[in-house]
Ligand binder design. Structure first.
Ligand code: NDP
Length: 618
């Protein structure tokens, strides 16, 4: 047997899919808020200081920079680092990273909360392992190890010497006369860059729930992306939160961040309230230290093979005889399916037949996860509230070996706030939930980031104007408009990393690597041809959008049926220019034929060598 089914997986006969669908629908409907994203408050006014200040690295005053460079990379997280590596590899030297943070690392710079680990297999997630010779210490490795590794790559590729940290971009304007982007920062810089690579990440701006009274709370309050160890005690590498021993603490949110954090707060706080609107699904973690003997067996090319295996397991399907190398919550549905197909002598399945099996397995896996709650949580009422009622991957699946156990502690109370679609209100001394006021010393927010909100909220750059003063925010209002997800008509020499309109690989960092490789190819070609600017023609952009739509795998029904969250723009559809409803998906518009096909599109485009669809100006 190549793959085995998860222990405890119910059979199809044990579950009632129509009844589950109806239950999922009810649970979704009662959570949809008419305000959509507007239910959240932006980190402005009295919250701005908490978002803008850097609790980790002192700000060193510096003189404003006024200069011309080839490339500005906006962001120093994984995508920015990948851009830096490829810039160096292509021999270019005139570039700068600009980041609000005090160092490289992106989300791994800002997030330092107790329990922070990568939820994905680190042997896939951490880029360039074969090149750097680095090996993560664990399968799901710690946040600080990831940050330190990111920074070691930045050192290796000499990215520090050009970086401007603690710098916030105020405006980005295309100057048609100069044929350059003018970047103005809050620090007074005036940088005229030939090219800009937007490496601004998916989870860069924390958001807070707009709970009535939130501004009036007199106790201590912070978002998990700005952890205050001075208040809680302990430190990132030794999160002994001993200063909470006499504190009453409440945590808003039960997403992937909270799942990692809850065991620590439960262990150290005198009284701990978990305010839950929608439960996550939480599998066992099965983390393990890296075995040096296993490392010795790895052959060149192992990381690419492992990533491909993960991608098939998490997003496509396993090949016949293919072993699941990852074996975690992300690959479970496909692992179970491949085990059952093996049992049946691997019948050939059409796409529709496979999709039907996948859907059924989705319901079975979610049922297994609900049964897991019953097996661990002693109080039946609490167990009931912790059960997730939605399709697999409607919310990020998580794993943790202490999360459910924490609710068996006497000092921990789960408060379900789904009836009121969130915490009712906050008072000077605490919060009100289900009509009851609870006094607390500290309110913590694991309330997420601006992911599918409108672009200006997500990017946080007040002015962003392309040729002729066209606002990027107006241009992309309603739907993305790109060639390959990376270049946009009206915005010459501008490249966007992230998920907009292209292929998706299950390893986030690998998407970035492939995108910046493509961008650097274009930048080099433009410079080598003595051109000053490259812009996607409207025709080429329209053709790509048409091709995307024609080959799209329609996920609209699934997205619409999901419990509201940033995955589906809080369950609120956009209406495009033709009056069609489209659900904004957190991974953007995905290339239907898949990742490998998308890679072929890019490779073929490059190999033709004619920069097809780009208009060069000299
Ligand atoms: P999420 O956006 O996933 O979760 C926010 C939480 O806040 C949800 O539980 C939400 O409830 C809750 N919430 C929002 N408003 C209210 C309200 N008014 N009252 C009560 N509850 C409220 O944020 P996370 O920080 O948990 O995760 C964000 C992303 O960060 C993840 O999806 C993942 O991509 C990434 N991450 C990655 C990790 C990794 O290991 N690689 C680890 C941790 C995070 P509801 O669901 O009802 O909206």
């Amino acid at each position: 047997m190549i793959n085995t089914k998860s222990p405890g997986l119910p059979s199809a006969e044990e579950i009632d899919i129509p009844a589950l669908k109806e239950k999922y629908r009810q649970e979704r409907d009662r959570r949809i808020r008419k305000e959509g994203q507007e239910q959240y408050v932006r980190p402005v006014d009295d919250f701005a200081a908490a978002y803008e200040a850097d609790p980790y690295t002192p700000v060193i005053p510096r003189k404003a920079v006024c200069e011309e460079i080839d490339i500005a990379v906006l962001g120093g997280g994984w995508s920015g680092i990948a851009a830096g590596v490829h810039i160096r590899k292509s021999g270019l030297t005139s570039f700068r990273h600009i980041d609000h943070a005090g160092d490289f690392g992106g989300v791994w710079y800002w997030n330092r909360y107790p329990g922070l680990q990568c939820d994905n297999d680190a042997y896939c997630y951490l880029p360039l392992l074969e090149e750097t010779g680095f090996m993560p210490s664990k399968k799901f490795t710690d946040g600080h190890e990831i940050r330190e590794y990111a920074q070691s790559i930045a050192k290796k590729y000499e990215l520090y010497e050009n970086a401007l940290f603690h710098t916030m971009v105020e405006s980005l304007r295309w100057d048609e006369e100069l044929k350059r982007w003018r970047i103005a920062t809050r620090q007074g810089d005036d940088i005229r860059a030939r090219f800009v690579i937007m490496a601004n990440g998916l989870l860069n701006i924390p958001k807070l729930p707009g709970i009535p009274g939130i501004h009036g709370f007199k106790g201590h309050m912070f978002h998990t992306a700005r952890w205050d160890y001075d208040y809680t005690g302990g430190c990132e590498k030794r999160p002994v939160l001993d200063k909470l021993a006499d504190k009453r603490v409440a945590l808003v949110g039960t997403g992937a961040t909270a799942i990692q954090l809850v065991p620590y707060l439960g262990k150290y706080a005198k009284q701990f309230y978990v305010l839950q609107r929608t439960p996550s699904c939480v599998d066992s973690r099965r983390n393990s230290e890296t075995d040096p003997e296993w490392v010795k067996t790895l052959k060149p090319g192992w990381q690419a093979q492992r990533r491909d295996n993960f991608h098939r397991g998490a997003n496509e399907r396993f090949l016949r005889g293919e072993k699941d190398l990852i074996c975690d919550i992300w690959t479970e549905v496909n692992r179970n399916l491949s085990a059952e197909q093996e049992e049946q002598g691997w019948p050939e399945l059409t796409a529709q037949e496979f999709a039907a099996r996948f859907e059924e397995m989705d319901f079975r896996v979610m049922e297994r996860l609900r049964r897991r709650v019953d097996a661990i949580v002693e109080d039946k009422e609490t167990a009931e509230l912790l059960k997730p009622w939605y399709r697999y991957q409607c919310k990020r699946p998580t794993s943790n070996d202490e999360y459910y156990q924490t609710f068996n502690r006497r000092n921990v109370k789960l408060i379900d706030v789904s009836e009121t679609q969130g915490v009712q209100r906050m008072t000077q001394n605490g919060f009100v939930a289900n009509g009851v006021e609870y006094e607390v010393d500290c309110m913590l927010f694991a309330s997420g980031y601006e992911v599918t909100s409108d672009l200006d909220r997500r990017w946080g750059i007040p002015v962003f104007e392309g040729r002729g003063g066209l606002s990027m925010y107006d241009n992309w209002n309603g739907s993305y408009k790109t060639l390959h997800g990376m270049m946009t008509h009206g915005f010459p020499n501008l490249f966007t990393t992230g998920y907009y309109q292209g292929g998706l690989n299950s390893t986030l960092t690998y998407n970035f690597e492939q995108q910046v490789k493509h961008m650097l190819y274009i930048i080099k070609e433009v410079l080598d041809r003595g051109a000053l600017a490259a812009e996607v023609s409207k025709e080429a952009q329209d053709a790509w959008i048409r091709h995307m739509r024609e080959t799209e795998v329609n996920k609209a029904e699934w997205i619409a049926s999901c419990t509201p969250s940033y995955f589906n723009n809080e369950g609120k559809p956009d209406v495009d220019e033709n009056g069609n409803e489209r659900y904004r998906f957190y991974l953007g518009e995905l290339y239907g034929p898949g990742w490998d096909a998308f890679m072929r599109v890019l490779e073929n485009w490059r190999s033709r060598g004619d920069l097809d669809g780009l208009v060069l100006s000299r």
